[in-house]
Ligand binder design. Structure first.
Ligand SMILES: [Zn+2]
Length: 167
């Protein structure tokens, strides 16, 4: 396997361990950073889908997995895009950010963490591996002349690395 290139702003690390669910599964857990709320065994953007909401439920504050990942400078998906034609760079960034916002509205745990400019192009990091794959496919569908290589890190890690290059 090809050795990954070192880059200067290497402050974001691949995620290495599963995030534990908060203890105390009864009641609600709010993320103190993004207001996500944990109930019925998963994190939600709000309480809208909570049918049997009772006001006497115990409430706890914690940090949701996505916020924890960002705090720990980790990621689950990374896209490195190189050889970007200057005239499309702006629309490419716009596409990535829009896609990320939509994903996050749909599931607050699926986020684009950062879109960083580097010498050779862009590095995009996400909190969820399939989000990175979907963004990469969207880029390929939109701009056509792009090569794409997807590689997963060995188990138990589920970090995905996507390399893209404009032809
Ligand atoms: Zn959060």
């Amino acid at each position: 396997m090809e050795k990954r290139k070192q880059y200067d702003n290497k402050i974001i690390l691949p995620r290495t361990e599963e995030h534990e669910l908060p203890k105390g599964k009864l009641g609600l857990v709010f993320c103190g950073d993004c207001n996500a709320v944990y109930y019925k065994k998963s994190w939600h953007n709000n309480l809208r889908d909570y049918k049997n909401f009772r006001e006497d439920l115990p409430v706890k504050f914690s940090v949701c997995p996505a916020c924890a990942m960002i705090k720990n400078k980790q990621f689950e998906g990374e896209i490195i895009i190189s050889n970007i034609p200057a005239n499309i760079e702006e629309s490419l960034i716009h596409l990535i950010e829009t896609f990320g916002r939509r994903a996050e509205q749909n599931d607050g745990q699926h986020r684009v963490i950062a879109v960083k400019k580097i010498k050779s192009g862009l590095i995009v990091t996400t909190t969820e591996n399939q989000l990175a794959v979907k963004i990469a496919k969207k880029i390929k569908d939109t701009f056509k002349k792009v090569e794409m290589k997807i590689s997963y890190s060995p188990k138990p890690s589920d970090v995905v690395y996507v390399k893209m290059g404009f032809k």
